[in-house]
Design a protein around this ligand. Sequence first.
Ligand code: NAD
Length: 501
Amino acid sequence: MNSAVPRYQGAAASAETARLSHFIDGRFVPAGRSSFENRHPATGELINLVPEADSAAIDDAVKAARRALKGPWGKMSEQQRSAILRKVADGIMARFDDFLAAEVLDTGKPKSLASHIDIPRGAANFNVFADQVLTLSTETFRMATPDGAGALNYAIRGPRGVIAVVCPWNLPLLLMTWKVAPALACGNTVVVKPSEETPTTATLLGEIMNEAGVPPGVYNVVHGFGEDSAGEYLTSHPLVDGITFTGETRTGEAIMRAASRGVRPVSLELGGKNASLVFADCDMDKAIEGVGRAVFANCGQVCLGTERVYVERPIFDQFTQRLKQAAEKLKPGNPFEAATTLGPLISQVHRDKVLSYYAKAKAEGAEIVTGGGIPELPAPYSAGSFVEPTIWTGLSEASAVMREEIFGPCCNIVPFDEEDAVIALANDSSYGLATSIWTQNLTRAHRVAAQVEVGITWVNSWFLRDLRTPFGGSKQSGIGREGGVHSMEFYTELRNVCVKL
Ligand code: NAD
């Protein structure tokens, strides 16, 4: 198939033949002040060159999105938009292998993971919100008036307008479509700024949008970095009506500042330092499997992942030994091979950050149960940004490793004796994103779940997602909730109409 998004031809191909473009007003445009390299984290090989949008390119994209609000998109019924979004979902599935290859190249995550999570969820997001928009309701109130005739109030929903969608690199297609699908379902238009680390699938989605009949200007993609680059230009553009962001808490603060100019609404899905609470009466096999995924899946680069594991003392030694075995079974290497279960970190820069925490853990007095370094791999993977899955014990609650988000495949395991004490430890964090509780005593599970100060709690599971449920974080993990009707709340503006009868 002819594609405007170049397929990776191997390291030997000229980078000139593999240039990505922005997607603006339905067309692929390479405009920008410069370009930057996109490299495969498993080997360091060059995948493609990416244009960096200057403020003029951002302006083009935002203005195209504004025009599109007044075009055919703005006149479509919810049923028509819903039908188009279903075609987008079908289009992603029809190009499944292209999306999968692009996502694995950009992130280095194992193909086995991306084929089960990232790409199918990317498509599912469009189907879920295509359904959701058709069942959206508003309220009605009859009121009494002095003349006895009364009045009728009813609310109507309209799109907010142009939405800026700023995305991270850990689940690029999944997290981007999580925002784009409901925004479009509600009749908005979007300008997406994918992470500079993972620009390809958002670009490829432009082709699907065109094929599905999404009018030009409704979905736009601009590439670049954050500060003093595409991210900042986009979020501070005065014609943007709302901003939805997933990424680090510090970036969230910058985006909130940008949003304050013009009083634009923001939805922020930010960082975490999540705890798992493992009680002695848990089903040990399930707890090891679930906590193992929470710590190591996607090489620990999941916002909902666990870096603090609290285990009730009677099973502490057994749990620690079994999690160690699970960590040591993980197989790093070529992400395209079925046997590979551990990919690299996203970049050498991020690896330096994670390794700095591995060094801090040592300095802070941790006992290293397993890992702590870089795995030995043959070329070309020796040039990738791999780290060993790592488990510590013995770190104090005050240590940097226990307080700061590392975003790597690592955790510290701490024994506990009392339910109240472990709830207090779990809550002693500036973040409040997610937790998982492992116990067969469901009364205890409900009691503890009601007391942990997070947006998302799992009992005897992890990352089990019903897309209709509220998703988001407390404290410094975010503002607002997305998912189901909560996304609809953010991506629409409610207006009340009062009719005097
Ligand atoms: P990041 O904040 O560094 O970057 C995210 C995006 O913001 C990128 O596209 C980047 O270019 C852009 N950006 C950076 N500075 C900006 C600025 N000043 N103005 C506008 N845009 C700017 O985050 P990351 O490293 O890509 O992602 C990892 C982080 O994301 C972790 O903290 C993780 O916990 C968090 N995360 C949260 C969730 C959630 O749902 N709560 C989900 C996934 C990831």
